[in-house]
Design a protein around this ligand. Structure first.
Ligand code: ADP
Length: 631
């Protein structure tokens, strides 16, 4: 066909931006482009294999499924050809060029955030093809779709702003061939030894033969089907890097096979870092699902629940039907059984990992804990999931030291019935919170929660190993007092306290504060602070209420109860002033300030202006009185 039928297209802006970074990179791991191209070729071959088992018709059904790499030192080219699914002209245009894949922007963001922008991660973001421009100054893709009626097309680009698509009638067989015209400084990728090393490093696990200049270089093996004793740690690491497009070793993995009642093999890995946690949106979830050696779905979401979406791996079963569709997969009774077994085993694996490698588990929790916590409502695995949770606690020496619910229960006084937690912005905020005083004075441990999601997770669990889980600001203090008596009994003495007088004082205080408080009461829980605010709503902890208010300003914060400390000298002073003159203006000012300080500690101050004014008035009064006294 004539040259005139060639069409030019501009790359999508984001793609151009990415290409600009790639073409100017002098990155030392440039050989990842080989991994990415091989991985795309393997995907294309998988799609043919899948069509085949489905009984679909496609072009050149007698072609062997393989990948061939040919190098030409003189011409300085690297060519990779596959007999896979191929692409039509429209697919060429969309897949590599004009449609920005959702990962492009995310990948650009990682590159700009990480100091040494890690280009090896490119494949994770679904833009692996473009990595070829790290080594090539021009790339030609010739492709013929497996569609029996499709023609062949040639895509050409120098990786700057545009690409060209034209007919390629000389290509007569199904598949794709990509030729990279190497940059002078990337000449090494036309040398067989160099390329062979890269294939061995990254692509040993490709389930199709890879030929290099006519010679097969990989051993096609499915390591998940091998007995554990035969697989070396190095193989696991390499396999993980291959399937996860990763350069780091995995944190831990589980290799498990079952024979009865259902036969399956699985190999699951936990990555060392969590991308979602870094703010790059939700990762493409799911593990590779194979049935009788055929990849049915590269991202099967039916096996692991969403709270394990950070896991990468493979599952293969010969008991599933080959022609299974995604819709029927979910309801397949075999798959349901497999899922239950795999999830249970994997959670057990994590528990053992926590016990044997506590330092690595700390990394795990830091990276994936937030997602794992979403598992609190998996009722079939609840205790197993909850056993993996970690919290900081009043019994921890510092913010870094975390505890499990099992450890908490072990330390609990025998008669304490509930697991207690308190939420707040930080350890400092909670340690200094009046809400904690009662528990501190009795050495009752309280779990500290700094993550808003804990407000759903902990109450959502309801109980763990027979112990109810309750917010410390909602627990029944009377019951707790009986279960865990104070060490000295000191805070129980009420002898010298004028309860009647204090009750009158609380009524006067309510009068002064008006609608700002629901009530003013004598506290059971305060030990060293003069006052604190407590929630009125028994179903929502005050932290939860704050979160709801933050999310939706229409949720108003309900007026709180101001609890005052019966034994605090400041409260005694208020009582003295009150008894001399219930209308003393100083009493009003002091009560207002006490309320403001309680609001501050509660983190719910809305009106800093009034508060500052009242503090300043008090300062003026105090200074005046002091000078008066000195005279
Ligand atoms: P990803 O492979 O993660 O989707 P890439 O940028 O590597 O991202 O590839 C983009 C798309 O181009 C692929 O999803 C696929 O549809 C198509 N593609 C790339 N290489 C091939 C190939 N060798 N054969 C068929 N299609 C391909």
């Amino acid at each position: 066909m004539a040259e005139t039928s060639a069409k030019n297209y501009k790359f999508k802006a984001e793609v151009s931006q990415l290409l600009d970074i790639l073409t100017h990179s002098l990155y030392q791991h440039r050989d990842v482009f080989i991994r990415e191209l091989i991985s795309n070729a393997a995907d294309a071959l998988d799609k043919i294999r899948f069509k085949d088992v489905q009984g679909d018709t496609f072009a050149d059904s007698d072609l062997p499924l393989k990948i061939s790499i040919t190098l030409d030192k003189e011409a300085r080219t690297f060519t990779i050809a596959d007999t896979g699914i191929g692409m039509t002209d429209e697919e060429l245009k969309q897949n590599i060029g004009t449609i920005a894949r959702s990962g492009t922007a995310d990948f650009l963001k990682t590159l700009s955030q990480e100091k040494e922008g890690d280009l090896t991660l490119i494949g994770r973001f679904g833009v692996g093809f473009y990595s070829v421009f790290m080594a090539a100054e021009k790339v030609v893709v010739v492709s013929k779709s497996a569609d029996p009626h499709a023609a062949a097309w040639r895509w050409t680009s120098d990786g700057k702003n545009s690409f060209k698509i034209e007919p390629a009638p000389s290509a007569t067989k199904r598949g794709t061939a990509i030729t990279a015209y190497l940059r002078e400084d990337a000449e090494e990728f036309s040398e067989p030894l160099r390329v062979r090393t890269a294939i061995e490093k990254y692509s040993n696990f490709v389930p199709f033969p890879i030929e290099l200049d006519g010679e097969t270089v990989n051993t096609v093996s499915a390591i998940w089907r091998e007995p554990k004793s035969r697989v070396k740690k190095k193989d696991y690491h390499e396999f993980y890097k291959f399937i996860a497009h990763q350069h780091e070793d995995p944190l831990t993995w589980m290799h498990f096979s079952a024979d009865v009642p259902i036969q399956f093999h699985t190999l699951l890995f936990v990555p060392r870092s969590n991308f979602e946690h870094l703010g790059f949106g939700r990762d493409e979830e799911g593990i590779n699902l194979f049935v009788k050696r055929v990849m049915i779905d590269p991202h099967a979401k039916e096996i692991l629940p969403p709270y394990l979406r950070f896991v990468r791996g493979v599952l293969e079963s010969d008991d599933l039907p080959l022609n299974i569709s995604r819709e029927t997969l979910q309801e397949n009774p075999y798959l349901m059984k497999i899922r239950n077994t795999v999830v249970g085993k994997f959670l057990t694996h994590l528990a053992e990992f926590a016990e044997k490698q506590p330092d690595d588990y700390a990394v795990f929790w830091e990276q994936h804990g937030r997602i794992l916590k979403e598992g609190y409502n998996d009722y079939s695995q609840k205790d197993k999931v909850a056993a993996l949770f970690r919290f900081n606690s009043s019994a921890s020496g510092d913010e870094k030291k975390l505890t499990s619910l099992d450890e908490y229960i072990e330390r609990m006084p025998e008669k304490q019935e509930e697991i207690l937690f308190l939420s707040g912005a930080s350890r400092d905020a909670l340690v200094n919170s009046p809400a904690l005083e009662f528990f501190q004075s009795r050495k009752i441990e309280v779990l500290f929660c700094y993550d808003p999601i804990d407000e759903f997770v902990l109450p959502g669990l309801l109980e763990y190993k027979g112990k109810r889980i309750t917010s410390a600001d909602q627990t029944d203090l009377g019951k707790l007092k009986e279960a865990v008596p104070a060490e000295s009994g000191k805070d129980e003495e009420t002898g010298e306290i004028d309860i009647k007088g204090l009750e009158k004082l609380t009524r006067r205080m309510k009068n002064i504060l008006g609608v700002r408080v629901e009530d003013v009461t004598l506290s059971d829980r305060l030990v060293s602070s003069p006052a604190m605010l407590t929630g009125r709503d028994k179903h929502m902890s005050s932290q939860m209420e704050k979160i709801m208010h933050m999310v939706n300003k229409d949720v108003t914060l309900s007026p709180k109860i101001l609890e005052i400390n019966k034994r605090h000298p400041f409260i005694a002073d208020l009582l003295t002033i009150y008894e001399k003159d219930a209308k003393d203006p100083l009493l009003t000012k002091l009560v207002n300030s006490l309320f403001s300080s309680a609001l501050l500690l509660d983190g719910t101050i809305d009106d800093p202006h009034t508060m500052a004014a009242s503090i300043q008035e008090l300062m003026i009064d105090t200074a005046g009185m002091y000078i008066e006294n000195k005279k």
